[in-house]
Design a protein around this ligand. Structure first.
Ligand code: ATP
Length: 240
């Protein structure tokens, strides 16, 4: 569903990603793990068109999206839940969610039933249901994180990019976010997940890639990666 071939990207003259290739098959959950600064966020930014690819190719649902503007990529069904709780602070929760469905309503993809999907989000994120008229900027950090995720889901995306959905959350909320990810996986939502909690990400994912200094250094079924001694020593805090 999403395929990245030999992607090279960075910021200005700084090249961060060197020949990154990865694949997210339809209905699967793939995770990208690696140390701080390895290039995980940069990979997601390049896939969704926020930064330009210097070379390489990105395919979504069999069509090339390399070089397209972010809004065109969104229209084609790629949703990005960015790092750091990017919500529209001066709009209520409900409007933030409806904006997530905007390109569905105006674009060429199946429109579906937006009202029904809004109810589904409120069922999945009861905290947001309780706060639907509250301005997004007044939500707690954890609630804003959930709103960013729910807004991305309102696109009814072909692929959902999730950047550190657990960042800065209290342990109880981290568990809640991971249980929502597991539920989305059971619903066969196609996802590419970047996570600081590598062990938890590998527990829930089907397949994983390890990124080091902008290169993919290991990949495999998530369970196999979790048992790989080098991965365990470097990213899971245990050598055994
Ligand atoms: P983290 O978990 O710390 O966010 P990451 O694997 O997501 O790590 P990136 O955020 O992709 O890493 O950063 C990769 C490299 O790109 C780092 O060296 C970082 O300093 C650099 N970088 C990130 N954003 C920018 C930017 N806007 N301008 C210039 N360099 C950047």
């Amino acid at each position: 569903m999403l395929k990245v071939d030999n992607l090279v990207a960075g910021y200005g003259k700084v090249q961060v990603l060197q020949d990154v290739s990865l694949e997210v098959p339809q209905g699967s959950l793939v995770t990208l793990i690696g140390s701080n600064g390895a290039g995980k966020t940069t990979t997601l930014r390049a896939v969704c068109g926020m930064i330009a690819a210097q070379s390489g190719r990105i395919m979504l649902d069999g069509a090339e999206i390399t070089g397209l503007a972010p809004h065109d990529i969104t229209r084609r069904g790629l949703a990005h839940s960015p790092e750091g709780r990017r919500v529209f602070p001066t709009l209520p929760v409900a409007d933030n969610l409806l904006l997530g469905a905007f390109t569905r309503v105006t674009g060429s993809r199946p429109k579906g039933d937006v009202a029904h999907d809004l109810d589904r989000m409120y069922a999945m994120f009861p905290r947001l249901a309780e706060r639907r008229t509250q301005l997004a900027g007044t939500l707690s950090g954890g609630e804003q994180q959930m709103l960013a995720m729910a807004r991305a889901l309102m696109l009814a995306p072909l692929v959902l990019l999730l950047d550190e959905p657990s960042m800065g959350l209290a342990p109880r909320l981290v568990e809640e976010v991971f249980s929502i990810i597991a539920r989305l996986k059971a619903e066969r939502v196609t996802m590419l997940l970047v996570e600081q909690f590598a062990a938890a990400a590998l527990d829930v994912a089907d397949f994983g890639y390890v990124l080091e200094n902008g290169r993919v250094t290991a990949s495999g079924p998530a369970a196999a990666l979790k048992n790989d001694p080098a991965v365990r020593a470097a990213y899971l805090g245990t050598a055994h």
